[in-house]
Design a protein around this ligand. Structure first.
Ligand code: AFP
Length: 364
């Protein structure tokens, strides 16, 4: 398709928002600012060591650990800076929150404040950056509470604690062989490919839909001894393939970059599991609710897929803290619903018949 016929992100937003009469230009401008941050990060990722951005942040002083207790990469810090600096001046936000910042980020007093809150993981999968494997950025947009907008006060943690269903937009950028932006403003999911010469996100995937069924699952199998029974059962059945109750063979993937897994699932189906497990009882999951599970869950649901904790729909979870972790399962609807059914079954304390004793292919 000739460039002149392709929609830019800007034109897509204007066309889409025309359907929402209550939309204000603010909203479109906010999405474009978030997209600009993703473009800046894409450029830094593309230059890699040529830009001196690989390796750990403050490595010369022994490295730096973020609020998650994880060693920060230089690109983690740089990506966070891009999101903050490119979004704080537009007048669309009442405040921001980031995986890389312990507390909410205030809009500087000299800048105008707006109606929305932006929450983001500036660089997801950063343990892959030094080995040149795809990484991404994830962002979520919710409305700021009326009281915050009316009073103009600084934001506090409680302002961000909104369930995923309250999101008005969510997106991710995938820094892979091509840089893509995948976005939902509540009316389906669209994919945009960054034209590196133009510096524009061009609409290339106008109506992404997750296939309802799949034969591909993604999980970090090294954690199998920590899994709960429903997850063990599900994975065992996938591994049993044609010889087991599923009657079909499955394939497994694990990139350790959730954005890359989410994009593969959006494009060809699949299911991603990072469930609650007993590995670190103080952490009810690896992934963070507000800026990983909710935005990706919103996109999956908007594309006809499903996102769940295993026990309840992800977008219905009431957050209790800014950096809250949660078990996350998302992807092809029929597969996620099967996993939810396994979680809903009563746990039999005594196996009724040795034939039905749960067997795991994983030694434990
Ligand atoms: P990092 O950003 O610390 O690399 O974590 C990435 C992630 O949050 C998610 O993108 C991956 O799916 C998951 O962690 C990988 O976790 P494991 O390292 O335990 O496989």
């Amino acid at each position: 398709m000739p460039l002149s016929k392709r929609f830019t992100l800007t034109r897509y937003l204007i066309e889409e928002r025309r359907r929402f009469p209550s939309a204000t230009g603010d909203f479109n401008a906010l999405i474009l600012d978030a997209a600009l941050a993703c473009k800046a990060i894409a450029r830094a990722v593309a230059f890699g060591e040529l830009g001196g951005v690989l390796g750990n942040h403050d490595a010369d002083v022994g490295g730096c650990v973020n609020v998650q207790g994880e060693t920060q990469k230089k690109l983690d810090v740089l990506s966070n800076e891009y999101f903050v600096r490119l979004n704080q001046w537009g007048g669309h936000l009442a405040g921001m929150a980031s995986e890389e910042m312990d507390l909410p980020c205030q809009i500087p007093a000299q800048q105008p404040r707006g109606n929305y809150l932006l929450v983001f993981d500036p660089l997801d999968g950063s343990s892959n950056i030094d080995v040149n494997v795809s990484v991404g950025s994830i962002f979520s947009i919710v409305r700021a509470p009326h009281e915050v907008v009316d009073s103009g006060r600084d934001v506090i943690e409680a302002d961000f604690l909104q369930p995923g269903a309250a999101q008005v937009a969510a997106g991710y950028a995938l820094y892979g062989p091509t840089t893509m932006l995948v976005l939902s403003v509540g009316n389906g999911v669209a994919g945009f490919t960054l034209d590196p010469m133009l510096g524009e996100f061009m609409l290339t995937h106008p109506n992404l839909q997750v296939p309802a069924d799949t034969q591909e699952f993604a999980i970090n199998a090294s954690n199998s001894r920590f899994w709960e029974r429903p997850v063990k059962r599900y994975v065992d059945e996938c591994l049993a393939g044609k010889t087991g109750p599923r009657g079909k063979d499955f394939n497994m993937r694990w990139i350790a970059s959730m954005v890359a897994e989410a994009h593969r699932i959006l494009m060809r189906g699949g299911v991603f599991l990072y469930p609650r497990d007993s590995k670190e009882p103080s952490k009810p999951g690896r992934l963070r609710l507000l800026y990983e599970a909710n935005p990706v869950g919103f996109i999956m649901e908007q594309a006809g897929g499903r996102a769940s904790t295993g026990y309840e729909p992800m977008l219905g979870v009431q957050p209790t803290s800014l950096h809250q972790r949660i078990g996350l399962i998302f992807g092809s609807r029929n597969e996620v619903e099967r996993i939810e059914r396994y979680h809903a079954e009563p746990v039999s304390t005594e196996p009724s018949n040795p034939l039905f004793v749960e067997r795991s292919l994983f030694r434990n």
